[in-house]
Design a protein around this ligand. Structure first.
Ligand SMILES: [Zn+2]
Length: 139
């Protein structure tokens, strides 16, 4: 039991992570294997945000529900799509790496109004044993 009260927000950093899924088809040009053929995944996505300052009284960094809602807005652009057909993926491959970056950039823009929260990373998994993560330089 901590004897002292939890005064202030502490000197550390709070990390929040939410997960979501979307279902989509893609193909990877120039892959040199079966992934060049059109196929689909239930992609799993994890977004991590950080911050040091909690909202007064409620003592949360941000509402998990709001973070999930914003992530869901970005994923709605990809869900049940053949993602190679989206303009952003007509020249670059919708690999897990670039899907993570695409989702990162969309979520970052949506978090711009919440100054106490910074987007740390977005990860995309095609299956449970592999995951690609995008984060900005300097982390
Ligand atoms: Zn694939």
């Amino acid at each position: 039991m901590i004897a002292a009260p939890l005064a202030h927000d502490g000197g550390g950093t709070y990390l929040l992570a939410v997960t979501a899924e979307f279902a989509a088809a893609h193909c990877l040009r120039h892959y040199g294997g079966p992934c060049e053929n059109l196929h689909g995944h239930n992609f799993a996505v994890e977004a991590v945000v950080s911050g040091k300052k909690l909202e007064p009284k409620v003592d949360i960094l941000m509402d998990f529900k709001e973070l999930k809602r914003l992530l869901g807005e970005v994923l709605a652009e990809l869900d049940h799509r053949h993602v190679n057909e989206l303009p952003v993926f007509q020249k670059r491959n919708p690999s897990s790496e670039l899907l993570a970056r695409y989702i990162f950039e969309g979520l970052k823009a949506r978090l711009a109004d919440i100054p106490q929260v910074r987007l740390v990373s977005v990860s995309v998994s095609e299956k449970a044993s592999s995951k690609a993560t995008y984060m900005e330089s300097g982390n």
